[in-house]
Design a binder for this molecule. Sequence first.
Ligand code: FAD
Length: 467
Amino acid sequence: MRDPFVVVGGDAAGMSAASKARREAPDREIVVFEKGEWVSYGACGLPYYVKGEIQSLEDLVSVTPEEFREERDIDLRTGHEVVAIDTEARTITAESESGTVTQSYGDLLIATGAEAVVPSIDGTDREGVYTLGSMSDGKELREYVARARDGEGLQQPDRGPACRYLEDCTGPVGVVGGGYIGIEMAEALAENGFEVNLFQRGDRVLKGFSDETSEYVADHLREEDVALHLGAEVRELAGGDRVEAVVTADDRVPVEMALLGTGVRPRTALADAAGIELGETGAIAADAYRETSAPDVYAAGDCAEATHVVTGEPTYVPLALTANRHGRAIGQTVTGTPTEGGGVAGTAAVKAFDVEAARTGLVDHDKARAAGFDPVSETVTAKSRAGYYPDGGNVRLTLTADRDSGRVLGASLASEYGEGAVHRSHAVVAALSEGATVADVENYDLAYAPPFNTTWDPVLVAAKVLG
Ligand code: FAD
């Protein structure tokens, strides 16, 4: 019998692969090494756990370690960090409290994920500076919020409570980074009564989205009293033992806590040390079947590159569906049914208080030009429901296409929360995946009923305007 299918990393990509392999091959030995205690957890839910909408960390777990072991017959070893891969001997070495083990593999999946980037500035090691990449980060942040809300002395001398909603709350706080984690955390903190300052190096939030979407979200953040500091590169997190201020070139903003939402980088050290090729993006390179430069060694999820459906080039978009989908495909491949992982369009969504935003494909004209297209965009503001139907709002949609061919390249959308910006992006994703033109999209037979849209859905309106 073939040596075991060994997985390094027990979250989205790793456990999807292990579970699929188990379903396809009931007798194959499957061994998963996870350095932490949590497996199959939804990091995406952490901002809502910190906010208090999700009650316990356990609620974020979709399958427990016991279920993997007892019901899925997967040899799951938590508390085991894989420290080396030997692609010649086809073994991995893992360390745990009980010692070092060597495990041989027939197939190996590297699913080590990504880690939060800590910028190289002074003060990131002060107390009160947080990142949000792991379950333990989420726990620490929630505890901070609870302590502050309970008024346990986090106020600093000379500065009384500065918060708007809660008498006993301390503030202000700083969020560094205007990407989706920064924005979700700005909401989580503001809804808990903190006065939030959000610092963004560039001149707009959500830089992968269109200017119009960024503006829409920024306006709403301001309406919610988030102080936006745009074009504000953070130079230092100043203070004593604790952080006391966020320092930019022009400003020194007092804070009692700082959350770094400054991006993630793929965890590649293990693969790199084993001589496995990294791609130009810095993540692990893999072919359509997710196989790396080492035979029978696969890579999936936030540690790996994927192929962009529009450009056909390698790209790095660390998001959950890709991890799950690529993991699942690998589970099939290693059990005898070679399965491609599929491409990515960089489709992403974010909620900011009472608005929602989505993006997919090539939105930025410079990036589209670099990929050989001649991009043209139109922005429409169209009703989200029939005009006579109660409530509703507008969807603001920027659609981008190639001028000559008419091929749809991407879209960026925003609406009030619940008015469908995110779900409407899915029609554009389908167009991107099929290489459809604006004229094709104009003829899409989208559903219509007054509570959901107008006869001509905003996606069709945008295609008509751009066509
Ligand atoms: P990970 O989830 O990072 O898991 C990797 C695992 O490998 C970890 O458990 C780690 O402990 C383990 N590991 C690493 N090295 C070793 C080693 N040497 N030995 C053993 N184990 C090891 N994505 C979305 O699509 N939508 C969202 O709304 C969204 N929100 C997010 C919000 C937050 C706050 C965060 C942090 C992420 C969010 N994401 C979101 C991203 C999403 O969580 C990731 O894309 C997804 O978790 C990637 O899964 P993965 O299995 O590749 O990696």
